[in-house]
Design a protein around this ligand. Structure first.
Ligand code: ATR
Length: 274
């Protein structure tokens, strides 16, 4: 049987086995998918062991996305831009191919919920690995403005500079501090890890246009503090559960060349969370 896995540390909480097993069942695909713990400083060792056992591919989650990026033989262009790998695929010749599906997962989920993208004013909060991973596909949607705001302003302006060549056709791309945020936005994406600690970045009160969407890349059983803050100010809000399922579907496609239907799997996960 074809073997796949997700690597993380910790890993027990991962929803990826549930998601991929549901995809396989839906598609009548015979495969196994397990959660594997690797030592925090030795992702390479964990992956090598899995390959010896017959592993064909893997997802990679915290804290291994950068270690996986350094390990692979061939990087997809989007993984190269992201400096991160969340999907590994063993080639027939034994070469390891690395890709990242987080960004495409986010944009697919945004399209599913009809988020304003083309011609929109988009604000992205945070400038860590999670945000780096989603900038390329967001810019490809040709927003009129994409502003990155971060606690450490230099990281936001650095990211804007790194992606400046992808901001074409009238997209204005810039980065700075939360205090420098100006104007109203059609889409605000929270890519900080602040939600994890129940915290909220210091944001201007008047942030949203009338039809705005607030999207938190985190998800939880209850709406996140960012989602509640946005809803109190009139914005529609959504969490990142759909992104999780969409990035998994893209990984599945890379391995199996089949596209699962994500809607029933997202629904199943949501019901499990409640
Ligand atoms: P990830 O891979 O999840 O992006 P990361 O690279 O550590 O993790 O980045 C975490 C992001 O959340 C950063 O943008 C961080 O801001 P700094 O660059 O200033 O550290 C942001 N962040 C974390 N906790 C935060 C908080 N309490 N308030 C605002 N931003 C926070």
């Amino acid at each position: 049987m074809s073997r796949y896995a997700v690597f993380g540390n910790p890993i027990a909480h991962s929803k990826s086995p549930l998601i991929h097993r549901a995809f396989a069942e839906q598609l009548g695909d015979s495969l196994s998918y397990e959660a594997r713990l690797a030592p925090a400083d030795d992702f390479a060792g964990g992956w090598a062991e899995f390959v010896v056992e017959g592993g064909l591919g893997a997802n990679v989650t915290m804290p291994f996305k950068e270690q996986a990026y350094r390990l692979v033989d061939v990087l997809s262009p989007r993984a190269q831009r992201s400096c991160a790998v969340n999907t590994l695929l063993l080639g027939k010749n034994g070469q390891v191919y690395g890709d990242t599906t987080d960004g495409v997962g986010l944009v697919r989920d945004l399209e599913r919920i009809q988020a304003p993208l083309a011609g929109a004013r988009i604000l992205v909060l945070g400038a860590g690995g999670a945000v780096r991973g989603v900038l390329e596909p967001l810019l490809a949607k040709q927003p009129v403005a994409l502003i990155i705001a971060n606690r450490t302003a230099a990281k936001a302006s650095g990211l804007a500079a790194d992606f400046a060549d992808l901001a074409v056709d009238g997209t204005s791309l810039s980065g700075g501090s939360f205090e420098e945020i100006e104007g109203h936005f059609d889409l605000v994406i929270n890519g900080t890890s602040a939600s994890l600690g129940g915290e909220l970045p210091p944001l201007p009160q008047a942030l949203f246009t009338p039809q705005a969407l607030a999207y938190d890349m985190m998800y939880s059983a209850e709406p996140t503090v960012f989602m509640r803050w946005a809803a109190d100010r009139g914005a529609r809000s959504e969490d990142g559960l759909g992104m999780l399922v969409e990035q998994a579907a893209e990984s599945y496609f890379l391995w199996r060349h089949k596209r699962p239907d994500t809607a029933p799997v997202a629904l199943m996960l949501r019901q499990l969370l409640m």
